[in-house]
Design a protein. Structure first.
Length: 551
């Protein structure tokens, strides 16, 4: 049983099926193929995810006291709406004290990063656009030009607009249509150029016999009794219709083993619920701790209309820089159909507390009403806006605390780590955003909750069921097996033990490839040859030069 179909769940499904195991994948989101993608971010039912309200899209917003989390939903998880940026992290990630002493992680994960890059079709963006040129100019002015690099992305860039036979897997995969550079990767690729998980891992998992059941939410996880460690005789998984108020269609399925891959929030909530129900009492007390936000800030610059030419003619992310050894900056676009995202931004404000920052924001609004109207109401926001994504590899964290309501259902709440709190303001993020606004004559924006309530936004929530040496250090061991139980693994962002400092999808994929390699084949089965074990000439990019500051 695999719970979730994102980067961890899809890898697990394929590799287990290849080893002869019968695999069922339960995904709480819907099955969104290319023709069912949202028309725009204003297509609320197909873009936003809030199943209790009838919204079954690919983009989920989860607010907490200390962070606003945006994440993916649907068969294929975050790959449906992510920006396809696939970097190997800098050395600091592999050497983090939380897990650095357990293995030589750079060496152990290297072959799995290569496999992940083959499977996800990583290639290098070549073309420059106005946002790239701005970022490069900023890098030159601040003395970090040597760190500028074109993005590594998972999309089919050849034959723009033309559909061809599978170019990645020797004809065994789906036909592909070349990227048309519409910029709407995060709204949902409308042509099928994005190498999302339904086009690689999940495609082959299905071909190997794995079953995928969408719109099913897991509500309970129980080990089956027997001698030895709990779970040695198997597991019961209880699931029901996602978002159902009535007629929940609750079912119980038995499985030999379970891979929990519901994303950092989904996995933490499910494990916390199982502990609250008394089903997993031996879970590490560290569950919900060491939750990482990738130390992110999300800002934006809205340029004048006369400077917006070609701004959206690209993939979502095309280049990045390191302004200091721990900070990674990328420019991002939503494409012309991303207009509803303007409501996540307001005028740029500086540092302060939850008392002073709202006052600063009010002052900005009173002093600059034209800028406010430009950000909030002036037409063409999506065509004219560059999103600035800032990530750090610093050691900071929050915790997810589980509370149980009268119904017995668990809710997660955040609290800052007292020793290494997650930042709510990153000075260099404001600096680059202000610089771009001045350079273009545009308007600089902060995320609205950061400006109004000092709550940062992250698109890369990690941790909470982190790898550790013992149950006193983490929730899972170095092979991502849950301490205290048999045949129970966590394979998604919640197992990641440190801030990655770059987009984490490739790392989650590589870590899961490694964890699945340790699972034995089904007794008596003849394992299928692993897909992606060999490079495809001209379509596999495995070289990954590190940025200057990471060396």
């Amino acid at each position: 049983m695999v719970i979730g179909s994102g980067f961890g769940g899809s890898v697990s499904a394929l590799r287990l099926a290849e080893k002869g195991h019968s695999v069922l994948v339960l995904e709480q989101g819907s099955d969104r193929e290319d023709g069912k993608m949202p028309r725009s971010t204003f297509d609320l039912r197909r873009y936003f995810y809030a199943p209790k309200a009838g919204l079954r899209g690919i983009f989920r917003i989860t607010p907490f006291k200390d962070v606003l989390v945006v994440s993916g939903a649907g068969v294929g998880g975050g790959s449906l709406g992510y920006a396809m940026t696939l970097y190997v992290p800098p050395p600091a990630f592999f050497e983090d004290p939380q897990w650095g002493g357990l293995r030589d992680w750079r060496a152990e994960l290297a072959p799995h990063y290569e496999t992940a890059q083959r499977m996800l079709g990583v290639t290098d963006v070549v073309a420059d656009d106005p946002a790239d040129q701005l970022l490069l100019e900023y890098a030159r002015e601040t003395g970090v030009e040597a760190t500028y690099r074109k993005a590594r992305v998972g999309t089919y860039l050849d034959t723009p607009g033309e559909t061809v036979a599978d170019p990645y897997f020797g004809g065994e995969g789906p036909a592909r249509t070349g990227c048309t550079a519409c910029g709407r990767c995060m709204v949902g690729c409308p042509v099928g150029a994005k190498n999302s998980l339904p086009k690689n891992y999940l495609w082959f998992a299905r071909k190997r016999g794995a079953r995928i059941s969408a719109d099913r939410q897991v509500v309970a996880l129980r080990p089956i009794g027997g001698e030895g460690a709990a779970g040695s005789e198997g597991w019961e998984v209880v699931h029901e219709r996602t978002g159902a108020w009535l007629r929940k269609d609750r079912r119980t399925v038995r499985a030999r083993g379970v891979v929990v891959a519901g994303g950092a929030l989904g996995t933490n909530r499910l494990l916390a619920q199982a502990r609250a129900d008394g089903d997993l009492p031996a879970l590490s007390p560290r569950l919900g701790e060491l939750v990482r936000t990738n130390s992110e800030a999300v800002l934006a610059v809205t340029v004048p209309a006369d400077q917006a030419t070609r701004l959206q003619t690209r993939v979502a992310i095309t280049s990045s820089i390191y302004p200091d050894p721990h900070t990674h900056i990328e420019t991002v676009v939503y494409g012309r159909e991303g207009g509803a995202m303007r409501w996540m931004f307001t005028l740029l404000t500086g540092d302060g507390s939850r008392v002073t920052r709202p006052l600063k924001l009010l002052g900005q609004m009173l002093r600059h009403p034209r800028r406010l109207l430009d950000v909030a109401l002036k037409p063409g926001w999506a065509q004219r806006t560059i999103v600035v994504l800032v990530m750090q590899s610093l050691d900071n964290a929050i915790n997810l605390r589980a509370t149980t309501g009268r119904s017995g259902r668990v809710r997660l709440q955040t609290e800052q780590d007292p020793e290494k709190p997650n930042p709510s303001f990153i000075p260099v993020a404001n600096h680059v955003t202000e610089w771009m606004a001045q350079r273009t004559g545009g308007v600089a924006s902060s995320s609205i909750l950061e400006a109004a309530l000092s709550i940062p936004t992250t698109a890369h929530i990690l941790g909470g069921a982190a790898i550790g040496a013992t149950p006193d250090d983490g929730v899972v061991d170095a092979d991502q097996r849950v301490f205290g139980y048999s045949n129970l693994l966590v394979c998604d962002g919640s197992a990641v033990p440190a801030n990655v400092g770059v987009n984490p999808s490739l790392t989650i994929t590589a870590m899961t490839e490694r964890a699945m390699a340790a699972i034995p084949a089904k007794e008596g089965a003849t394992p299928a040859a692993p897909v992606g074990a060999r490079a495809v000439a001209g379509k596999t990019a495995t070289a990954n030069p590190e940025p200057l500051f990471a060396r």
